[in-house]
Design a binder for this molecule. Structure first.
Ligand code: BTN
Length: 325
């Protein structure tokens, strides 16, 4: 949506229910009253409830419950993340689209979709993405070697968990990238990178959060192990505000990632992880590692202490908890 439309929404929001005349809007935006009327029509078509009285002007009654860039960017406290947003009502996968545009986009650019038809999870799995969730991909260009790119998964998991904890939820992280509440998954993160020999060209952080869906929106057999913010909080959650908070927290953690020793983030991650100390079974394409999860390396690999007391590091795989702590 265009810049003029955001300026109109901003002016109507700022007037807090008092009517704003077409003439006034036209003057401040430098366009004719007829153009303003056309913009108002297109906003109404996009779901903004705007009353218009020929004498008084326009009054904003309600904004659509969608992740429109205008809504996300208004009041966004970040300096990097979300300065540019590619928005789609429906997409195959935000990560696919982000990959297509990543080289020509600035870092911090987002791809958001209300619905994904081909949402992708880790290890080639499908990611169910109906209306009501947050499906976002963030283009980052951290200029680090490829082996450090996986650290960003931990950075993102920590940021998501922190924002959920601020809502009073006991969000914990299951290695490597599931954010869960009472052992039910509420968020997944898919990190993809393109790299040269010594440094990454870009990293796509694909974050999927179950926000306002009901459990019936998640098909079996996933439903049993999944939850949504709405289910956990017992009320509808403002997705725009949540995404704004998440982008802000993620930016703080990203700055920390770039400027501080990674051990600090790792310590915070470990404190929120429910994997460490647990008996795990990690399946990779070539082997199965069983034992006690005792730590995470600085590159995000899980350290597993096996029955024979030797330890093994697993960089990626499917992790199952063998029994509860
Ligand atoms: C997982 O836990 O398996 C990772 C799920 C990642 C889902 C997100 S939704 C936004 C982005 N686009 C995708 O196709 N996948 C990621």
């Amino acid at each position: 949506m265009g810049d003029k439309r955001s300026q109109i929404i901003k002016a109507l929001k700022e007037s807090k229910g008092a009517p704003v005349s077409g003439e006034e809007l036209g003057l401040s935006l430098g366009v004719s009253r007829t153009m303003i009327w056309k913009y108002i029509k297109s906003l109404q078509a996009a779901g903004y409830e705007i009353d218009s009285s020929p004498k008084k002007g326009y009054i904003l009654k309600a904004v659509p419950q969608l992740l429109y860039p205008e809504e996300v960017q208004m009041g966004l406290k970040t300096t990097l993340l979300g300065k540019k947003i590619h928005y789609f009502e429906e997409l195959s996968s935000t990560n696919n689209t982000a990959k297509q545009i990543a080289l020509s986009e600035e870092e911090g650019t987002l791809v958001i979709a209300e619905i994904q038809k081909g949402g992708r999870g880790r290890l080639g799995r499908e990611w169910v993405s109906p209306l009501g969730g947050i499906w976002v991909s963030i283009i980052l260009k951290p200029g680090v070697p490829l082996r450090h790119a996986s650290r960003l998964t931990l950075v993102a998991g920590l940021a998501v968990a922190n924002v959920m904890r601020d809502l009073g939820l006991d969000a914990r992280i299951k290695w490597p990238n599931d954010v869960r509440i009472l052992e039910r998954k509420v968020c997944g993160i898919l990190t993809e990178a393109k790299a040269e020999v010594d440094r990454v060209d870009y990293v796509i952080l694909g974050i999927g959060i179950n926000v306002n869906m009901d459990l019936k929106d998640i098909p079996e057999p996933l439903r049993e192990g999944s939850t949504t913010l709405k289910v956990e909080l017992g009320k509808h959650v403002g997705r725009v505000a949540f995404l704004q908070d998440l982008l802000f927290e993620l930016e703080q953690q990203y700055i920390r990632f770039k400027t501080q020793p990674f051990s600090q983030i790792l310590n915070d991650w470990m404190a929120l992880s429910d994997t460490i100390g647990r008996e795990v079974k990690v399946t990779t394409p070539s082997r199965i590692i069983e034992g006690k999860a005792v730590g995470v390396t600085s590159d995000g690999a899980l350290v597993v202490k096996k029955a024979d007391k030797t330890t093994e590091e697993v960089i990626a795989g499917r992790c199952i908890y063998a029994r509860t702590k």
